[in-house]
Design a protein around this ligand. Structure first.
Ligand SMILES: [Zn+2]
Length: 153
């Protein structure tokens, strides 16, 4: 038996379907290519290898942890709105604003009021907080509601 024959018997086609003749190189503990005599880095195997190993428990943990912390303790953005007008107008604006803040799971911190003694008009600043990222939407909806219901002076 020549050495060439014994080589031929240990060649096989790569099982990952790349059609390369390979053999097991026991010295390096890896598959080598029959013709290049170099380590076979299979283009197909890389694609197969990544997905099954990443379904282990370590991928679901960070996701669950992040989700839990959002549910239990949302980050809040502080903001305020200046309401102006007669007592009746300001009251109307305040009710609309309060509804919008509540609908966005926010809450009012407090207010600061001022009254123009000459005109009797009120200036009230409403301080509130809404979950992070909701501030712009609250402001937009409030502006829209103010214009639509004509409650701005
Ligand atoms: Zn291969």
């Amino acid at each position: 038996m020549s050495s060439k024959d014994s080589d031929a018997t240990k060649f096989k086609t790569c099982i990952y379907g790349c059609n390369t003749q390979i053999f097991w190189n026991a010295d390096y503990n890896e598959y080598w290519e029959a013709y290049t005599r170099k380590k076979h880095i299979c283009p197909n195997r890389g694609n197969y290898g990544n997905k099954p190993t990443s379904t282990s428990s370590n991928t679901s943990y960070p996701y669950r942890k992040g989700r839990d912390s959002i549910l239990s303790k949302p980050k809040m953005d502080n903001s305020f709105e200046l309401l102006q007008g007669s007592i009746k107008e300001v009251q109307k604006q305040y009710e609309v604003l309060l509804d919008i803040i509540r609908n966005h799971n926010g809450k009012v911190h407090g207010s600061q009021r001022d009254k123009d003694v000459k005109t009797g008009m009120l200036d009230i600043i409403i301080y509130y907080e809404v979950p992070e990222g909701q501030r712009e939407e609250v402001k937009r909806i409030f502006e829209f509601a103010r214009k639509r219901s004509n409650i701005v002076t």
